[in-house]
Design a protein around this ligand. Structure first.
Ligand code: ADP
Length: 242
């Protein structure tokens, strides 16, 4: 059974359909990388899955429970972690308070238990020494690793990554991608939007190629990068000189 099931999702802004009957299934432990030209709807798809955008048609289910129906969006958000390009850390809170806020305020979990978990996660991303730092004192790569820890501390069943390295200086990209790779190896279910083609090839179980609001191809990475089916995918890969 799929952990995440998207059925004929339609999203319109005014009269423009930016997602046109998108259907996708993600199994537990699977890593999906969504590729496609700018403006094709990748970010909108992730935002719909996380309930940040209302959609115009179709349905999304997690663990066979329809979101917004069998499972409230509020409860779903605790199960679906999301990390953004722009970190979205609270500037007035230090690292540990940024991490603890969601689990304690929204999930009403025990502070000591969450703190233990948060410290373990900080160690996992090599940032134990930044527990009391404020976001302004961190590099972009460090901020993004904290944002990942913050999302993980909610114990999500699936993680969504929306171009999380796009705003980083090149030397910081790798440290963030390595954290995501390690998560993939640990069995985390993930949907990743990225323009890092080598990383996509390395981390993905499946590549989903989108264009103009539609899924055009779903294939394994080797097949997609070596022998893309559609002309659009071929020209997309040419841009990256792949
Ligand atoms: P991608 O992530 O693939 O670059 P997006 O999901 O950001 O694409 O955007 C898909 C389309 O939806 C684009 O044409 C974009 O201009 C449009 N769009 C995104 N957000 C809005 C919005 N808030 N209002 C109107 N149009 C939007």
């Amino acid at each position: 059974m799929s952990l995440l099931k998207i059925d004929n999702l339609v999203k319109k802004y005014d009269d423009t359909e930016v997602l046109k009957n998108v259907s996708l299934e993600v199994s537990k432990g699977e890593v999906i990388v969504v590729l496609g030209p700018s403006g094709c709807g990748k970010s909108t798809l992730l935002r719909c899955i996380n309930g940040l955008e209302e959609f115009s048609g179709g349905k999304i289910s997690l663990d066979d429970k329809e979101l917004g129906k069998d499972l409230s969006w509020r409860n779903a958000r605790g199960k679906i972690g999301m990390v953004f390009q722009s970190y979205e850390l609270f500037p007035h809170l230090n690292v540990i308070d940024n991490i603890l806020l969601g689990p304690i305020k929204s999930q009403k979990r025990d502070k000591d238990e969450v703190l233990k978990e948060a410290l373990k996660l900080l160690k996992r991303v090599n940032l134990s020494d930044k527990e009391l730092a404020f976001p302004r004192q961190l590099s972009g790569g460090q901020k993004q690793r904290i944002a990942i820890v913050r999302a993980l501390c909610l114990n999500p069943e699936i993680m969504l990554f929306d171009e999380v390295t796009a705003a980083l200086d090149p030397e910081m990209v790798r440290e963030v991608l390595d954290v995501i790779l390690e998560l993939a190896k640990s069995g985390m279910t993930m949907v990743i939007v990225t323009h890092e083609m080598n990383f996509a090839k390395e981390v993905a179980d499946k590549i989903v190629f989108m264009d103009e609001g539609e899924i055009k191809e779903i294939s394994n990475p080797k097949e997609f990068f070596e022998n893309p089916k559609s002309e659009r995918a071929k020209s997309f890969l040419n841009i990256f000189k792949y």
